[in-house]
Design a protein. Sequence first.
Length: 461
Amino acid sequence: MIVKLHLIKNVYGGSIKLVSGAKALRYSLRHKEGFLALVNDVNGEIRNSYRLMQLNKICLKYEIALIYSDKLTYNNGWLSGFFDACGDLNIQLGPQVIPGRIRSSREDTSEERLMDNKPQLIVSLAHKDYNLVVIYKDIFGGNINADHNGRYVWSINSLEAKYQVLNFLEYIKKHTLRSCRHKRFFLVPNFFYLEDLNAAHAPLHSKLSKAWSIFNNKFNRYIHTTSVSYQALDKYNHSRYLIVWGSFMGSGVGSGRLTREVAEMYMFTNYQFSVVVGILLSDGWVIMCKGAVNPRLGFKQSLDKSSYVWDVFLTLSPFCQSLPNYLLNKRNKNTYHSFNFFTRSLPCLKELYSLFYCENKKVIPANIYNLLSPVALAHWIQGDGQRKRSGLVICTDSYTLQDVVRLVNVLIIRYNLICTLIETNPGQYRIYIWQRSMGDLIRIVLPHFNKSMLYKLNYVS
């Protein structure tokens, strides 16, 4: 959501502030020039009757002709924007059959009961204005019901009409969502593939069961303002299983200060550690603040790479206390927009600080051969990689010649890539990966690449 607010702010101006006493943001626009530009842009696109009355008053005040909206069709992107605000996509899993249980003769064994056990994908939208909700039924099909809050709820599900869900998915591909919901829609094909294999009810610890678990983790990866979701806590309230601390960590955004004992328990998983190694090789840094006992990690990228920043942030969000920040810098009469975020100051970062820094200068660790995993390599390239003709250049200007040679040796010996050194300026060196090795490189790093960064590999998904 913060990304969308900043995009609006960049166009019309205004300010974004935290709401006092709530975990929310408020965008406000006060200057007349930006306000009138916004009014002219939304004029003719407002369909909410209450908002239309407000817009009419503004148009009368500034002598602007009020434009009424046209009838919506399948090719109109307004439906996507409204769904982004009021819609949702969820998976509902029916009651499972307990393995090894003897079924009673009175139990229903019909096809209807088997259907009840299948997971179903539910696309829904809720709003109090029936005229807005019924548009979705007219265009995409489905049903409309009223809930206990007085809202009208439109829904389609994969059990009753799979083609309707797929049709809506095709619409979303054409008119992309802007919130984190778009990640769920891109997982819909995976859901249908696993559903056909009956992975949701596969035996525990089987490959299908693990595949379904991995899919669920990806599907439920939202930005939470609490460290653990209440639904997840309720699920385990009555469980007697032992859970390793740290294996069930949600986002730390909005949570308070940590005690020393709790801070010492924070540890990176293997995947998170590899991500940190990759961003430290590129644009990440570890800093020891004045008077601090433990260091903290920072990461910064330009605004056009915000999707990648959010991807890294979601991976490291358990170690962060706040959301990424939008920065506006002016240098040599040029304006630069960027995003950055910081983790907490944690003991687990001391090891990385000692590995990557010598006398406050970034260096390449002696054990980089073991540290540069495929995940780390992917994030290093996403940060410092540049497409050059049909090959790839990795910018290593800030490292010494000995450090760059050490990195080249890892690429050649561990990954069997053909590399050479390029001296761009006196004392500054870059790594060039030849075209004939790009196929091998893509196979190694592609599973760990953000879609917005695939251009660096000259690869189209």
